[in-house]
Design a protein around this ligand. Structure first.
Ligand SMILES: [Zn+2]
Length: 494
């Protein structure tokens, strides 16, 4: 069997002011063997695709693939150029030796200028060249806003079950297993979609416990109980994409169209019945620090509303300002994105002090810059580390050239590449052992829990104002349906 894979993965937050430009696309795209090498032995979707192909003796053909960090929509010309190259490379692979299937490990919440449903745009272009018969499989992110068109244009879709997405690798493997099953049995599998009038906010979507865990477990039980069922996925959707079809949905893959439809419907009924349980209390920066002082430490406070993993700038200052005000011994803020301050500190050198305005430079939604006087430069680093979080473990992470500033009792890590914090990498690069600290602040909604759970004694979420906030009433949506629960009281299924 011969499977070619490729695609462009992006989670788009249309409240961000940072688009994906042609220059960014150039930097992230990997082609051919270079693409395979980048993911070989790494726990990513593509790593899973490669390993399952190897295990089943499938000839895996890497074409072109890249993932841009979450931010605003992709520029139209850059996206169209990518799609053209993707289709050309897939077709070239097919002309070399016929392909039996195509695998697109992409996302589901991608928006490009002129293409609100970026996944369907990729599928449509591939279909236009290959026709309706070749099986096309997708791996999609749990935050995908899934559309009927994606279902029509593809043959099999599987999504991440867990948030934190610790099963990206396994999802890649599952897709290849299902494509292989179809090929060897000669029987096509079928998929179904049920969309719900519901915006699940990432801050309440963790699957380690609580309602999202229950929904995931319910779906896994459905698959276990029915030998004709291959997959059931609960997509939380991504409201910050601000597209008309943003919302939660359920998909199923089964041996018959009716079986898939029945399972997706059943799963949707259960998820919908739990929707009120997804509304949870939120803490301001002040409340989060108050709670941290009473908790067993080390305490991690995650500033979910400024999560770069959801398209936020990562330079918000609400929680940092509160920590500086409290000046609690053993506090570390890791990290804030500010390449300008990094450059200033590097120019001054280790052991020197600087005065600077730190953070809040990307937009006006994440506070005001913090004025620092006499910040002591303790460390300068290249910011590179080995990833430990199951999401991408074994790969190299980087927060870019980075510095550790000491201001009173607060250690502040400043980085020059925008990233979500997944493990202790950003702390290690500047020489901080987090186990020595009392309060550790970081920017992430849930993914950091894939590593920090069981290590930090306490985890407290902080919801300061920001473009990844759990408070959807704070947003002015242009396209997303504001009748959907919990913004409105849309009814479904009754
Ligand atoms: Zn996601």
């Amino acid at each position: 069997m011969r499977i070619a894979f490729g695609g462009y993965e992006h989670e788009t937050n249309n409240f961000s002011s940072t688009p994906v430009t042609a220059q960014v696309m150039d930097q992230i795209m990997r082609r051919g063997e270079d693409l395979a090498r980048q993911h070989s032995g790494i726990r990513t979707m593509v790593g899973g695709v490669l390993d399952e192909c190897a295990a089943l003796g499938i000839d895996a053909v890497p074409t072109i693939y890249g993932e841009a960090g979450p931010c605003a929509a992709t520029e139209q010309g850059a996206f169209e150029a990518f799609v053209e190259e993707l289709v050309d490379r897939l077709w070239a692979a097919h002309c070399e030796a016929p392909l039996d299937a195509i695998a697109l490990p992409i996302h589901g919440a991608g928006v490009a200028e002129g293409y609100p449903d970026m996944e369907s745009a990729q599928l449509r272009a591939v279909r236009a060249r290959f026709g309706p018969d070749i099986p096309i499989g997708m791996v999609l992110d749990l935050h995908g806003n899934i559309t009927p068109e994606m279902m029509e244009l593809s043959n099999i879709s599987v999504g991440f079950q867990s948030y934190p997405h610790t099963d990206t690798y396994e999802s890649g493997r599952l897709l290849i297993r299902l494509l292989h099953e179809q090929h060897t049995t000669g029987k096509r599998l079928h998929q179904a979609l049920v969309q719900l009038p519901w915006h699940v906010v990432p801050a309440f979507g963790v699957t380690l416990s609580g309602p999202a865990h229950d929904v995931m477990a319910f779906n896994q039980q459905l698959v276990k109980n029915d030998p004709a069922l291959r997959d059931v996925t609960f997509y939380h959707g991504f409201p910050y994409s601000d597209v008309s079809f943003a919302g939660a949905s359920l998909t199923a893959v089964a041996e018959t169209p009716e079986g898939a439809q029945r399972a997706a419907r059943k799963a949707a009924e259960y998820a919908w019945s739990r929707r009120h349980d997804f509304l949870m209390p939120i803490n301001s920066a002040e409340q989060a620090v108050d709670l941290a002082l009473q908790a067993e430490y080390p305490v991690v406070i995650n500033e979910s509303s400024d999560n770069p993993g959801g398209g936020a700038p990562g330079d918000g200052t609400h929680l940092l300002r509160e920590m500086l005000k409290r000046d609690i011994p053993g506090s570390v803020y890791g990290y804030i994105y500010d390449p300008e301050v990094v450059r200033q500190a590097v120019a001054a050198g280790v052991g020197q002090t600087i005065d600077c305005l730190l953070g809040a430079k990307t937009d006006s939604h994440h506070g005001q810059p913090v004025e620092l006087k006499g910040a002591y430069i303790k460390t300068i680093s290249d910011g590179k580390y080995l990833k430990k979080n199951p999401m991408g473990a074994g790969g190299i992470g980087s927060i870019g050239t980075s510095v550790l500033l000491q201001v009173g009792n607060v250690s502040i890590i400043v980085g020059s590449v925008r990233r979500q914090v997944l493990d202790d990498g950003p702390f290690r690069v500047v020489g901080i052992d987090w186990q020595d600290m009392r309060i550790i602040a970081l920017k992430s909604a849930q993914h950091f829990k894939g590593w920090w759970t069981g290590r930090a004694k306490t985890i407290i979420a902080c919801e300061s104002p920001g473009i990844h906030s759990a408070d959807l009433t704070a947003f002015t949506f242009r396209y997303a349906n504001t009748e959907y629960f919990p913004l409105g009281d849309a009814q479904w299924g009754e």
